[in-house]
Design a binder for this molecule. Structure first.
Ligand SMILES: [Zn+2]
Length: 72
């Protein structure tokens, strides 16, 4: 969820911009599905599921990454 914060880099009061990036958990799921014999492409499924993705909060003003939320 986007949160209100003061950016430590540019000092602006901002609402963080969230984006989803594939994290460790995505890779683990991918590997697991691959091991269990899923057909080609199926192992890429975790990358489409947001709940297993890491969340990156960044500043809309200076674009710097403020916080990285990892699922693990
Ligand atoms: Zn900033």
């Amino acid at each position: 969820v986007p949160v209100q914060a003061v950016c430590p880099y540019c000092g602006s009061l901002i609402i963080t911009v969230t984006s989803f990036v594939p994290g460790t958990l995505s890779w683990l799921l991918c590997t697991t599905l691959f091991v269990f014999g899923c057909v080609l492409g199926c192992c890429l499924l975790p990358f489409c599921i947001r709940t297993v993705m890491d969340v990156k909060h960044s500043c809309p003003v200076c674009r710097r990454e403020l916080y990285h939320y990892s699922r693990l």
